[in-house]
Design a protein. Structure first.
Length: 454
């Protein structure tokens, strides 16, 4: 796929970008590696001052950058601006905490002195998706750079304006040349980059197939990887839950980012006792969602990011219906320019249906009836994915017990799953491995080195 910006609200091509050649990429890797030799010697206070400059730039120009995100992938402008603000927060978090997190740890042994230190690895290659064009990048780059690493970004081919804007932000903030570098290349060029000895680690956020491919390539070179892949997060509602609050949150949790989030709630599992009430209120709420121009601050749901993704989404719904699923609302494209799809709830689901088995990337909620609490947990775990989960109940003691039974990287009780710089993010099973954010994330790309002194 060519590096180009196509406005998903209109379907029109805004700009096409010339890709870097193989020779250019190799030269860039060498330059970034040279920059690492100097950057690794800088102290934390210097790195922190530059990272806070980044945060300031993001806040000062949040509307400018927000418009780029909305233009390239169609998220509502209010959400795009919030994404930019969140990037500022992660930069500040690591500017304030990296030195403490990575300080030497004294360990009492038979040595006169022994301790653990955390050294940078070198170039971290990031292969990032289009759905959160800024957040996905800053949540890896802020800790990687604060740890003394340098970064190269291979962004999704449909968000090149975002990719280049991020590099520009780091340069404007005063980061030395080549400490952060954007590559404009297609997926076919990734193997050659991973094979380069200068690349020390790879982080990928993307689909399960992409994760398997990158893990395989890195495995042949024994390079560290962190994979944050797809999800089909359960949203479990028990009979003692606050139904009105659960419904309100369910709509947001399914439709945020136009339904295109790995940690979005996708499977809404409701116990039989309250199922009918939840279904009625859920449908009523979804029908009221304001769909429209993502540049309008009143819009709640914008277009799907690309036409091929819209076609895939539509096919998943149609295949599910052909196998017996029932459309409660929506279930089809919107007849207007751009790549729009109606807010949809689909029920009467069973194994073998895409709406039950697969990750649905768009404004489609899979509604599933469970017999009881035990059945709800069983259904929640009946997935190859294990990224996040949301559990709704008024019994917090019970919720804590059930949280241990849910197979996922996070469980949010009476709230929607969301990322927070202070908490680790990641999954299990086909949702990947490794963690981003918090003190766990920054330690993914360091050499945890033992020092023993006689």
């Amino acid at each position: 796929m060519a590096n180009q910006t196509i406005n998903p609200a209109t379907g029109k091509t805004e700009k096409v970008f010339k890709e870097h050649s193989s020779n250019q990429v190799m030269v860039m890797i060498d330059a970034v590696n040279d920059a690492f030799m100097k950057w690794r010697e800088t102290d934390f206070s210097f790195r922190a001052s530059l990272m806070k400059n980044v945060a300031n730039i993001l806040r000062e120009k949040k509307e400018h950058y927000g418009k780029i995100l909305t233009l390239e992938m169609g998220k509502p402008i209010s959400q795009a601006i919030s994404e930019v603000e969140k990037c500022a927060l992660v930069c500040e978090y690591y500017a304030d905490n990296a030195e403490k997190i990575l300080s030497e740890e004294i360990v009492q042994t038979d040595a006169s002195q022994s301790y653990v230190r955390f050294d940078p690895l070198g170039i971290v290659l990031a292969i990032m998706p289009w759905n959160f064009p800024f957040w996905q990048v800053f949540r890896f780059a802020a800790p990687a750079l604060m740890a003394g690493n340098v970064c190269m970004l291979k962004h999704a081919s449909n968000v090149p304006m975002s990719a280049l804007a991020i590099e520009e932000i780091f340069m404007k903030a005063g980061f030395p040349k080549n400490t952060f570098k954007t590559l404009l290349i297609g997926s076919s060029g990734v193997k050659e980059i991973i094979d380069h000895p200068g690349i020390k680690a790879v982080t990928l956020t993307g689909s399960e197939p992409a994760g398997k491919q990158i893990a395989s390539l890195c495995g042949t070179k024994l390079k560290k990887t962190v994979l944050e892949l797809g999800g089909s997060d359960p949203f479990i509602v028990l009979d003692d839950a606050n139904i009105d609050e659960a419904v309100k949150t369910a709509v947001t949790a399914r439709l945020i980012n136009n339904g295109q989030s790995c940690i979005a709630a996708k499977r809404f599992i409701v116990v039989e006792k309250i199922y009918n009430e939840f279904e009625k209120k859920f449908v009523e709420a979804m029908i009221k969602v304001k769909v429209g121009d993502p540049m309008n601050k009143e819009t709640e749901l914008g277009p799907i990011a690309r036409e091929d993704l819209l076609n895939e989404l539509d096919a998943q719904v149609k295949q599910s219906v052909e196998k017996g699923a029932k459309i409660l609302c929506g279930g089809k494209r919107i007849n207007r320019d751009g790549f729009y799809y109606k807010p949809t709830i689909i029920s009467n689901l069973s194994k073998g249906m895409p709406a039950y088995e697969d990750e649905i990337f768009g404004p489609v909620a899979s509604l599933i009836k469970a017999k009881d609490e035990d059945d709800a947990i069983k259904i929640a775990n009946d997935s190859k994915f294990g990224l996040g989960a949301s559990l709704w109940t008024s019994n917090i003691t019970k919720a804590k017990v059930l949280a241990g039974k849910i197979e996922s990287g996070s469980v949010f009780i009476n709230g929607m799953v969301k990322s927070d710089p202070r908490l680790p993010l990641g999954g299990i099973k086909s949702s990947g491995y490794g963690r981003e954010l918090s003190h766990y994330g920054i330690k993914e790309f360091v050499n945890i080195k033992t020092v023993w002194i006689k």
